[in-house]
Design a protein around this ligand. Structure first.
Ligand code: DAK
Length: 257
């Protein structure tokens, strides 16, 4: 399917969505969010895809929400546009989503990366929440995700100063998985995606669900959910195949059943 603001392509079992508004450093207008959500949902529903990547250009993953679209907006327009529900759909994706980030990941762009399950960054990447400089605060999870992943102290500095941190600093703070030389972030994300896509899909899906719950519930509720999902996988053909293949010293052939 052809999109106006994003490109969607596959590389074997990997679905790749590239934000493509270079003239504005991939600023996120509502159309871009709608299209990238649609493209990712299509990959999520495709049995041939095992892992997804969201990326931008070398200069910018995304420099935030499109300021030209917000400058004259009042609260009623923002409420009626209901862009939040589109962003929320990204949280419902079952398959792992890797952000491959180079250059600017600011404001909504940073929040978008933080909504992904893993982040691979190039050394040029900058992560920040500059909203305070515009007289607003993050609106798509920035205050909450920074605080939960990097801790309250780091979150305060990021959100109150609006100044970005480097890829290396972001990795030290725990929001980035891997930092690679400039130009290598997409290849590294593909490598990671290929590894995940080679794992049994049901186990991957439930593993993602279980880890996500760790930030939503108490430890005892999370452990209970983990135990139930663990039991559930004992009913899958992939579990039988994975364990038999190990004992028979041959590669497993997973079917996602
Ligand atoms: N929006 C619109 N245009 C942008 C933009 C943005 N966020 N970022 C860059 N551009 C445009 C610039 O205006 C410029 O356009 P021309 O002048 O060429 O026409 C072009 O991209 C190149 O940018 P610069 O000339 O500024 O390039 P520099 O290398 O000098 O600087 C920069 C790069 C990234 C440091 C700078 O462009 C910059 O500070 N950009 C703004 C960053 C920012 O403040 N982002 C946060 C926006 S607030 C919501 C969910 C989320 C949000 C809101 C609502 N809902 C669910 C409702 C999120 C809010 C935000 O992200």
């Amino acid at each position: 399917m052809a999109y106006e603001f994003v490109l969607a392509e596959t590389d074997g079992p990997i679905g790749i969505v590239t934000i493509n508004r270079p003239a504005v450093l991939n600023a996120l207008n509502p159309g871009t969010i709608a299209e990238l959500t649609e493209a990712l949902e299509a990959f999520d529903a495709d049995d041939a895809i095992g892992c997804m990547i969201l990326t931008g250009s070398e200069r910018a993953f995304a420099a935030g929400a499109d300021i030209t679209q917000m400058v004259d907006a009042g609260p009623v327009e923002v409420l009626r546009d209901d862009n939040f529900s589109r962003w929320a759909r990204l949280r419902a994706l079952h398959k792992p989503l890797i952000a491959a980030v180079s250059g600017y990941a600011l404001g909504g762009g940073c929040e978008l990366a933080l909504m992904c399950d893993l982040i691979v960054a190039s050394e040029s990447a900058q992560f920040g929440q500059p909203e305070v400089k515009l007289g607003i605060i993050p609106g798509a999870g920035g205050t909450q995700r920074w605080a939960r992943v990097a801790g309250r102290t780091a979150a305060m500095e990021i959100v109150l100063t609006g100044d970005p941190v480097s890829a290396v600093e972001a990795q030290r703070l725990g929001i980035v998985n891997r930092v690679v030389p400039v130009g290598a972030h997409l290849d590294e994300a593909r490598r990671l995606a290929r590894t995940i896509a080679s794992r049994p899909p049901l186990a991957v899906r439930l593993a993602k669900e279980a880890v996500n719950q760790a930030q939503e519930t108490s430890l005892s509720a999370g452990l209970e959910l983990e135990r139930k999902l663990f039991y559930l996988l004992f009913a899958s053909e992939d579990k039988r195949e994975g364990m038999r293949a190990f004992l028979e010293k041959r590669p497993a052939r997973f079917q996602g059943r």
